[in-house]
Design a protein around this ligand. Structure first.
Ligand SMILES: Nc1nc2c(ncn2[C@@H]2O[C@H](COP(=O)(O)OP(=O)(O)O)[C@@H](O)[C@H]2O)c(=O)[nH]1
Ligand SMILES: [Mg+2]
Length: 475
């Protein structure tokens, strides 16, 4: 990541490249305001503007010499690109810490293309993915936990996931890390004094093991939140499986509350699989309606069934639907398919991935459902709330539910927390074995270093490259 790249002002579309009421084009860098001003009419307006001011005008591609004098309007022959609002930010009071102009223009891809082309011809470079946020980090406006949260906010799929990412953006994780780091640094300072003035050594323990344990506790609770953060951010895969005609597509539709899958009384209507996003108590879930288990010679359906098997294998949770009026698979004696089904159900149960739906209880011939199967009627809605609760509990056990405490979502942060905890473990062992205090200081320094990497106090180009490559352009 060559630093001179950052000398050049950048431009990017920050909103989707699609027809819409408005689009926002973002620019940043030394000279950005003057460069946009050169394409703005009335000319000179932006260049003279202070920060946090909004200006109405036209973006023009000057084809004649319109003089460049302050106040000059559109000259004859100038090509008007769009009527816009330009918001001026002055360094250091901008997202990136640099001079910056945000252009709100009309949301027309054709118009956006013309404006971007004009800005690039005027000297802007198209921004790399995440480059605005990278510049904000390099300018010291935000730490790395907040930079990561920027992208996490964009990709959050549910209200809860969004709230967690917003909490990280506001610096909740950064504060926790800095708090812990501060405590370790003061312990290190005490060690230094002891090393510098050994004659004043009173034999007192300069690093009380309780303080190390307290710090470990704080880090461990943050680390424990990682699985919660992951589940809310990444979401889960829920497959609906079972025999043909059991009511899988009906359940899929009920979960979606719209008639998307084709429901029919003719066996084998779902030939492939359907996929849709839903929220299970705030956990984003993708549900898959699969083709049923049934002997078939039909080519397309066999392919559908093969793919359904793959979906079943990769699902975090499988809702196994049984038509209660015909009973569970293993009640059908001498049926080879039924034996295979029973094995699959057993495996899913053993893996904790099974929630059974004992469907069509409205028909009245259900009998007692087997363990892990809940009586439901997709048709009447009976038992559906209980089924939904069981799904939510299975994807998110109570121990992982969000309590409002800051949670982390980043694997990078998780690994660094583990590194810090490992070093602190060594510190505690060292204290117990009464190793020389300077050895203890080394482990403590390692913990401080790992925490510093989390916030980005210490970092490398490789880490930054890897992190920002995953960002969208314009962020
Ligand atoms: N009586 C009753 N019929 C249902 C219920 N759920 C689904 N069905 C019917 O069962 C048939 C097969 O449903 P479908 O969802 O296509 O099953 P799939 O093959 O498993 O996807 C359709 O005629 C549905 O209307 C239910 O709870 N009660
Ligand atoms: Mg179906």
């Amino acid at each position: 990541m060559a630093t001179d790249r950052f000398a050049q002002p950048i431009v990017a579309l920050a909103t989707p490249y699609a027809a819409g009421a408005l689009a926002v084009i973002r620019t940043s860098g030394a000279g950005a305001v003057e460069m946009v001003d050169a394409l703005f009419s009335p000319r000179g307006r932006l260049a003279a503007a202070g920060g946090y001011t909004v200006h109405h005008g036209r973006l023009v591609q000057p084809t004649t010499d319109s003089g460049g004098k302050p106040g000059t309007g559109v000259a004859a022959g100038d090509e008007v690109l769009d009527e816009v609002l330009a918001t001026v930010f002055r360094a250091p009071h901008s997202y990136t810490g640099e001079d910056s102009v945000e252009i709100s223009c009309h949301g027309s891809p054709a118009g956006i293309d013309r404006i971007l082309a004009a800005l690039c011809a005027a000297g802007f470079r198209p921004a790399d993915p995440g480059e605005f946020t990278l510049r904000a980090f390099l300018a010291g406006k935000i730490d790395l936990t907040r930079a990561e949260a920027v992208q996490e906010i964009v990709s959050a799929q549910t209200r809860e996931a969004h709230a967690m990412a917003l909490q990280r953006l506001s610096g909740a994780v950064e504060e926790r890390i800095n708090d812990v780091k501060g405590r370790l640094v003061s312990l290190l300072a005490a060690i230094d004094i002891q090393l510098d003035y050994p004659e004043e050594d009173t034999g007192e323990i300069v690093v009380p093991p309780e303080s190390v344990r307290e710090v470990e506790e704080l880090l461990r609770s943050l680390l424990a939140g990682w699985r919660t953060g992951r589940i809310y951010q990444e979401g889960v895969r829920v497959a609906i499986a079972g025999r043909t005609n059991a009511g899988k597509s009906s359940l899929f539709n009920a979960l979606l509350r719209q008639d998307r899958a084709i429901v029919s009384a003719i066996a084998g209507t779902t030939r492939d699989y359907l996929e849709a996003p839903i929220s299970l108590s705030g956990v984003p879930a993708r549900i898959f309606d699969t083709a049923g288990f049934r002997d078939t010679i039909e080519e397309i359906e066999s392919e559908g069934i093969r793919r359904s098997g793959e979906i079943l294998d990769s699902a975090d949770l499988v809702v196994w639907v049984v038509d209660a009026s015909t009973g569970n698979a293993d009640t059908v004696a001498g049926d080879a398919d039924a034996a295979a089904e029973a094995l699959v159900i057993e495996r899913l149960r053993a893996e904790g991935r099974l929630v059974g739906a004992w469907n069509k209880v409205d028909l009245g011939a259900g009998g007692t459902p087997p363990p892990d199967f809940l009586p439901v009627s997709v048709k009447t809605g009976a038992g559906m709330d209980e089924l939904l609760q069981a799904l939510a509990r299975t994807v998110l056990p109570e121990s992982l539910a969000w309590t409002g405490e800051p949670v982390i979502d980043s694997l990078r942060q998780k690994e660094l927390l583990e590194r810090a905890l490992q070093a602190l473990g060594h510190v505690r062992e060292g204290l117990a074995e009464q190793v020389p205090v300077d050895t203890i200081a080394l482990d403590m320094e390692e913990a401080v270093r790992a925490l510093g990497e989390i916030t980005g106090e210490v970092t490398s180009d490789d880490v930054l490259d890897a992190m920002f490559r995953g960002f969208c352009v314009g962020k």
